[in-house]
Write a protein that binds this ligand. Structure first.
Ligand code: NAD
Ligand code: DAU
Length: 356
């Protein structure tokens, strides 16, 4: 029995593969990743020599490759993490988002549909396609609105969330039309180890330590619902194990925070764990910059279904998770340094200009 994971060299997929293979009786993982700027094999370095991990560089949009991998490895499940994932990049260059998140997901579904159609008996009955998606497909909430349930209508506002919404719809349609045994998870903002420093929390840690400005978009009062990445991974395991075929599960940490509060928390932890040599707080580096176009004001996830049906709940509080995260970045300067390649520096210059 094997799992086929796509996007397993990225932030969440990488954490998932590491956590999965840390289980003593874990099934082997075939890990397919295109290694875009966001894919990093160094995240998987601890698996070097582990015969249960088989890495393949490739594109989910390469249907022939996906069909070959499925035929060769006969996985009992496919977990699709592969995506373009950064909202700001989708605003500056939406096409790769459509290519990977829409066309790529479609081609992957096609390959999986044909593979699943070739299976017999228990292999066919037990097969699952788990699609990893986002709360951003539901749009933006007002201050007093109830948190997103799985029945909230789709109102994506960025090219990123629109492309993810399209992939969710394809997954739904492949179940409805062809009977493909799918599961979909829609999760809130993740944070934790191996997070690429273009996203809010790792960017703030890395910039603070480098003595750079901490760029807060607009008034910084936009709200996100934060979940420690390993809790997201445990939710995916639980849905894979016991989720109802065709069902959608929201995943969230019940941890709504305004961005500015997150940035202050990161600064306070750094003040405690790695004080600045001049005795000043890292908070003095906070700089308000031009807001993200079309910036969603608030996300909040109602994860009751996952809790009530499958008994899942997060292990970390925000306080414990953010402390672990800041500690991890302080303990892994080599990972951070190497991930900040030429391509990364180019992106920072394009996005933040003089404030970089
Ligand atoms: P990431 O950008 O860190 O990683 C994406 C990975 O996919 C990278 O390793 C990249 O190389 C790979 N990839 C990109 N295009 C590919 C292609 N065409 N074929 C094969 N591999 C390709 O993203 P992440 O934060 O780990 O997110 C993983 C998934 O979870 C995404 O689908 C994202 O939409 C979803 N999600 C993310 C969050 C979050 O807070 N980061 C929250 C909810 C859902
Ligand atoms: O909600 C889930 C989503 O969370 C995932 O689907 C996405 O893949 C993931 O990237 C994340 O999207 P966000 O846009 O919420 O994450 P990001 O870290 O880019 O931004 C978090 C908030 O912080 C957002 O309101 C924008 C703000 N921000 C971000 C950056 C990078 C800033 O204020 N300054 C910044 O420099």
């Amino acid at each position: 029995m094997t799992l086929l994971v796509t996007g397993g060299a990225g932030f969440i997929g990488g954490n998932f593969v590491l956590d999965w293979l840390a289980q003593p009786e874990a099934e082997p993982v075939v890990n397919l990743d295109k290694l875009t700027y966001a894919g990093n094999l160094e995240t998987l370095a601890s698996l070097h020599g582990d015969t249960r991990h088989h890495f393949v560089r490739g594109d989910i949009a390469d249907q022939a490759l996906m069909a070959q991998l499925l035929a060769d490895h006969q996985p009992r499940a496919v977990i699709n993490f592969a995506a373009e994932s950064h909202v700001d990049r989708s605003i500056l260059g939406p096409e790769t988002f459509v290519q990977t998140n829409v066309v790529g997901s479609f081609r992957l579904l096609e390959a999986v549909r044909h593979y699943w159609g070739s299976l017999q008996g228990a292999a066919r009955a037990d097969f699952r396609f788990l699609h990893v998606s986002t709360d951003e497909v539901y749009g933006s909430l007002g201050p007093g609105d109830a948190a997103f349930t799985e029945d909230h209508r789709y109102e994506p506002n960025s090219p990123y969330s629109a492309s993810k919404a399209a992939s969710d719809h394809l997954v739904r349609a492949y179940h409805h039309t062809y009977g493909l045994p799918v599961l979909t998870t829609n999760c809130s903002n993740n944070y934790g180890p191996f997070h690429f420093p273009e996203k809010l929390i790792p960017l703030m840690i890395v910039n603070a330590l480098a003595g750079k400005p901490l760029p807060v978009y607009g008034d910084g009062l936009q709200v996100r619902d934060w979940l420690y990445v390993k809790d997201h991974c445990s939710a995916i395991c639980r849905v894979l194990q016991a989720g109802r075929v065709g069902q959608v599960y929201n995943v969230g940490g019940w941890n709504e925070k305004a961005n500015i509060e997150i940035v202050h928390t990161v600064c306070q932890l750094l003040d405690e764990l790695r004080p600045r040599s001049d005795g000043q707080s890292y908070g003095t580096q906070i700089t308000h910059v031009t807001d993200r176009p079309g910036h969603d004001r608030r996300y909040a996830i109602d994860a009751s279904r996952l809790h009530q049906e499958l008994g899942w709940k997060p292990a970390e509080t925000f306080d414990s998770g953010i402390r672990k995260t800041v500690r991890w970045y302080l303990d892994h300067p080599g990972w951070v340094e190497r991930v900040q390649s030429g391509a990364y520096r180019e992106w920072v210059q394009t996005q933040y200009g003089a404030a970089a």
